[in-house]
Design a protein around this ligand. Structure first.
Ligand SMILES: Nc1ncnc2c1ncn2[C@@H]1O[C@H](COP(=O)(O)OP(=O)(O)OP(=O)(O)O)[C@@H](O)[C@H]1O
Ligand SMILES: [Zn+2]
Length: 686
């Protein structure tokens, strides 16, 4: 008698929905653990890596058309049910093919199919995996840190917060905690002791951070605190090999402590007991291409599916999270004081830049404060979120301005290499010797970027040790670490930096912050702009006075009576949040509504708009939705493509997602066009 068919449903990273049916032939068919296995399958003329999602004995395809799986790969453990459930939920929520979500969650080295040699008839002895294997063992055998550090004695607020999380760990149940601690309140110490508890229970713990730059400092802290635990570092700054090693160790449960940026949230961990999301409000948790997931939201979903506690920490929580902590959906854990008793929050002063003349972008008050801080031998931070020398060059004669050839944006003057750079598409050009329009020789830089501020401060304070940290000064393999290490070692008198230095760092001896060029964010059209600005300024302010020095922050602005600044001067996040939430509620914006955004791009704006208009008509038939007119993006042209967006809103999630599902069916039925589109659920930039 013929044995029954065994069909594997395989997910693949291909632009079709899937899963795809493949035949399982001897000797695979008797295996029990096929689900979650990596497999090698034929796909057209190619061979691809896929994952078996399920097996069954029937198929809707004609059996003689089915292809057989080439090999079941045994080199890594089968990905377990909980991980597969997470992938399925992420795919469903973000309306993406399961294969794209699941395969892209694997390290690059594990999704690359090696040539399959039929001659040997054997699963391809995966050479690279064997090599990785050796590296994992070597890494696990590394000697532990020579200088272990002890847990600090917690203050009462820290103690109370920790006790609550410990309770949830002991009970092994899901709860989302919002650790709302002002800057320098010792959130990290609470994380460390919660991690210790989780590890002592023999479980794995996952710590997410927003920036790669924060990981080395954190890694050192963790290594000193947990010398017996190798730490799996998972972020995009690591080589493919390093990432695969850390991933494999985590996935096999050989390491208990995983630290990384947003992509780390998708790492399989068979024994996860706790998730911590540091700086949970940070926009970089949202992936901005491909599967546009929010790592924070996925982390919460994961904790819920596993029935484990999750701690979100921030001095300025996302308004969504804050709202949940007010309604009781999240459990609020406040840390209202700085952990070092003598450490006071900086005094915040507004400097009205309409009042006096600026010298190279800096007010007299700011220059005087910097000079004074130099004589005190204390460090100052000049914060400015604009890199380059000057945002644009202008001809004094005819008004010509330097523009990117491919974008509707200025090209930024970089003095160091004498070139114009487009910060949107990367286009570069040599600075013209004379105006390309009228031939005039007098073309001048307009406005200020970090390089120009650095230039001026070097002239103005020739004896000062000045370090600039931004995307330009930290390009290349070594990144920001050497410069940050210099600052930590006390080798900077003045640190000039973008948001790269604003968050998380525990700098010593820093007692003055000067914030420049903040006004544009006050009137940006994105409704989240004030929230972002407040968080950013509060974060930067928080770098000052952390070790007990009296400190101040100066903000240069034209709008000294703006309510945002008033709340900031009081260090009063809650009242800022309350006021913002009231506005959001009356305007029916998140967190009181749910949004999705279709973006379209085409060589011509009119094509992108027409595409979205058709979609708008489809969606307009749905109940309970607010479907807006398609509009061009603020920066309409990038890299030669013109872009538009269509915003959809609903007061509840289900009708929104239902409508999106139908819209996607409609799109799939349309002919291919020149328009490229994407769907962003819970968009963070509008
Ligand atoms: N219980 C404690 N006793 C003494 N010092 C502490 C205690 N807890 C934390 N600290 C110290 O307080 C300082 C600030 O702590 P930490 O960096 O954890 O703050 P944070 O809340 O994470 O700040 P931010 O949000 O600004 O990054 C650190 O130098 C830390 O070592
Ligand atoms: Zn450009």
């Amino acid at each position: 008698m013929q044995s029954p068919l065994l069909i594997a449903q395989v997910v693949l990273d291909v632009p079709l929905p899937g899963p795809f049916d493949y035949l399982l032939t001897a000797p695979c068919e008797h295996r029990q653990d096929l689900r979650g296995r990596r497999v090698l399958v034929p796909w057209g003329k190619q061979t691809k890596i896929g994952l078996i999602w399920d097996t069954q004995t029937q198929t809707e395809q004609p059996v003689n058309k089915l292809k057989a799986i080439l090999a079941v790969l045994d080199d890594i453990p089968a990905l377990d049910t909980t991980w597969r459930a997470l992938m399925s939920s992420v795919a469903a929520y973000y309306h993406k093919p399961l294969g794209e979500v699941a395969l892209q969650a694997l390290p690059v080295l594990l999704r690359r199919a090696e040539p399959y040699r039929r001659a040997t008839g054997h699963p391809p002895a995966s050479r690279s995996i064997k090599l990785l294997e050796k590296r994992v063992q070597k890494w696990l055998a590394q000697p532990s840190s020579p200088s272990p550090s002890l847990a600090k004695t917690l203050n009462s607020a820290q103690q109370a917060a920790l006790a609550v999380v410990q309770g949830a760990l002991a009970a092994g149940r899901f709860q989302c905690y919002l650790l709302h601690g002002i800057t320098g309140s010792g959130k990290t110490e609470v994380y460390l002791q919660a991690l210790a508890e989780c590890l002592a229970r023999g479980q794995q713990a996952l710590l997410l951070v927003p920036e790669i730059n924060l990981t080395p400092q954190l890694e050192a802290t963790l290594q000193a605190r947990f010398p017996q635990h190798p730490i799996a570092l998972l972020h995009s700054g690591r080589s493919d090999g390093e990432r695969a090693v850390a991933w494999l160790a985590a996935c096999r449960g050989e390491t208990a402590l995983m630290v990384g940026t947003r992509l780390a949230v998708l790492t399989p961990c068979p024994n996860l007991g706790l998730i911590i999301v540091d700086e949970e409000h940070d926009p970089s948790y949202k992936q901005q291409e491909g599967v546009r997931y929010s790592a924070r939201d996925v982390a919460i979903l994961r904790a819920q599916q596993l029935g484990i506690p999750i701690v979100l920490g921030s001095a300025t929580p996302a308004l969504e999270s804050w709202q949940h902590s007010q309604t009781g959906r999240y459990h609020a854990l406040p840390l209202p004081e700085r952990a070092i008793v003598a450490a006071q929050l900086p005094q915040i002063q507004l400097i009205d830049i309409r009042a006096g003349k600026l010298q190279h972008g800096l007010s007299q008050a700011a220059l005087a404060a910097l000079a004074e801080n130099l004589t005190r031998q204390q460090t100052s931070l000049v914060f400015m979120n604009r890199r380059g020398f000057a945002p644009v060059l202008q001809c004094q004669q005819c008004g010509w301005v330097s523009q990117c050839r491919h974008c509707s944006a200025y090209s930024v003057f970089h003095k160091a290499d004498g070139r114009l750079h487009c910060h949107h598409c990367g286009w570069q050009a040599i600075v013209p010797k004379h105006c390309p329009q009228c031939g005039n020789l007098d073309i001048i830089p307009l406005g200020y970027g970090t390089q120009r501020i650095e230039d001026f401060l070097r002239q103005h304070f020739p004896a000062a040790r000045i370090i600039r940290i931004d995307a330009d000064s930290t390009k290349g393999k070594v990144g920001a670490q050497p410069l940050l290490a210099q600052v930590h070692a006390g080798e900077a008198d003045i640190l000039i930096g973008t948001q790269m230095v604003a968050k998380g760092h525990d700098f010593k001896n820093l007692s003055l912050v000067v914030a420049l060029n903040v006004d544009s964010a006050l009137f940006a059209q994105d409704f989240r702009a004030p929230e972002r600005l407040f968080a950013q300024l509060m974060q930067v302010a928080g770098r000052a006075g952390r070790d007990g020095l009296p400190s101040q922050m100066l903000i240069q602005t034209q709008y000294t009576d703006h309510p945002l600044f008033n709340a900031l001067q009081q260090h009063d996040y809650p009242s800022f949040a309350t006021q913002q939430l009231a506005e959001r509620e009356s305007a029916q914006l998140p967190p009181f509504a749910y949004q999705a955004l279709f973006r379209a791009e085409a060589p011509n704006l009119s094509d992108a708009i027409a595409f979205l208009q058709a979609l708008q008509q489809q969606l307009a038939q749905q109940a309970l939705l607010r479907v807006y007119e398609p509009v061009p993006l603020n920066l309409v042209r990038v890299a030669g493509k013109e872009r538009a967006q269509l915003l959809i809103e609903a007061n509840q999630r289900p009708p929104l997602h239902l409508a999106l599902k139908e819209a996607l069916v409609y799109l799939a039925s349309q002919k291919k066009s020149r328009v490229k589109w994407s769907l962003d659920i819970d968009p963070q930039e509008i």
